[in-house]
Design a protein around this ligand. Structure first.
Ligand code: NAP
Length: 281
């Protein structure tokens, strides 16, 4: 079990975000609750769920079962595309809280911009207002491009503190991360290990793993950490959960970082999830 506390990033709104989080899709039901409790025992203090994962009850149950004090954990949820209208977005967040059994969310995101629907500005305004009411502590977005970010900032004057996007060595998101740096947005990385396109067998990853006496998956997650992005790996297995958090006892060299970054491809996305066209309601 990892007992070393995970370092945190200071977000632009003054709150702290753990440098590694726990992804919960597609964990559900009793097994899902057990996996969440086990992750919290391993030392995770950032949980990632969404209305569309159909597991907010399990995540809340896992949090209670773990016995970890509520105020030590940052719970994230996400509004789905079908809830972008202002009133629907407000209700969606309150329904998430009900399912989670919590009185506030620590980080609330808009899951996808769904530009064809063109109501993400309304959804963002709802989050701005819910933050003012104290229902959510921090607000951010997911899968937003520079154009989507610019639009919500210009419309409301409020910049998201986080943009959770697809990011792994096959799709390193250098341009978008530069936009985030300019705007003061922290990058969170979904599918951080690269799933079916995982580069665990690539020389760049295997040789760094050998050099540091760690697993290839730890090299990939450490690459995220050194780039300043927050990976949110999912694992149902307690051993892999602990391994995915054990990233702070070694450091990749500049050459090792460059070699992993060189695995990126112009369109290295896993399933063509381009936010300009991908619809997820
Ligand atoms: P991931 O965390 O990169 O990969 C998960 C897969 O890798 C699982 O099959 C898991 O299997 C396996 N795995 C985990 N640790 C491992 C290790 N140390 N060694 C070998 N295999 C390992 O991908 P993801 O689940 O797609 O993304 C993570 C989280 O991001 C999701 O759970 C979700 O919370 C979030 N997400 C957000 C969006 C969005 O649109 N915002 C989209 C996708 C995902 P085991 O469980 O068997 O270990």
């Amino acid at each position: 079990m990892t007992t070393t506390p995970v370092p945190t990033h200071l977000l632009a709104d003054g709150t702290a975000l753990p440098a590694v989080g726990f992804g919960t899709y597609p964990l559900r039901g009793t097994e899902g609750a057990e996996a969440v409790a086990s992750a919290l025992h391993a030392g995770y203090r950032l949980l990632d769920t969404a209305v569309n994962y159909d597991n907010e009850e399990a995540v809340g149950e896992g949090l209670r079962r773990s016995g970890v004090p509520r105020d030590e954990v940052r719970v994230t949820s996400k509004i789905p595309g079908r809830h972008h209208a202002y009133d629907d977005a407000t209700t969606s967040v309150k329904d998430s809280l009900h399912r989670l059994g919590l009185d506030h969310l620590d980080l609330q995101l808009i899951h996808w911009p769904n530009p064809s629907v063109d109501r993400y500005v309304e959804a963002w305004q709802a989050l701005v207002d819910l933050q003012a009411e104290g229902v959510v502590r921090s607000i951010g977005v997911s899968n937003f491009t520079e154009a989507h970010l610019t639009r919500i900032v210009e419309a409301t004057g409020v910049t998201p503190v986080v943009n959770q996007v697809e990011m792994h060595p096959r799709f390193a998101q250098a341009d978008l991360r530069a936009v985030h740096d300019r705007l003061g947005i922290r990058t969170e990385a979904w599918s951080p290990l690269g799933k079916q396109r995982s580069p665990v067998e690539e020389d760049a990853v295997v040789s760094a793993a050998r050099a540091h006496g760690v697993q290839p998956s730890q090299v990939i997650l450490r690459w995220h950490v050194q780039l300043g992005s927050v990976p949110i790996p999912k694992s149902a297995d307690p051993t892999r959960q602990a391994q995915n958090l054990d990233l702070f006892g070694f450091e990749l060299t500049d050459d090792e970082m460059d070699a992993v970054s060189a695995l990126t491809e112009p369109d290295g996305r896993l399933f063509g999830g381009d936010p300009d066209t991908h619809e997820e309601m």
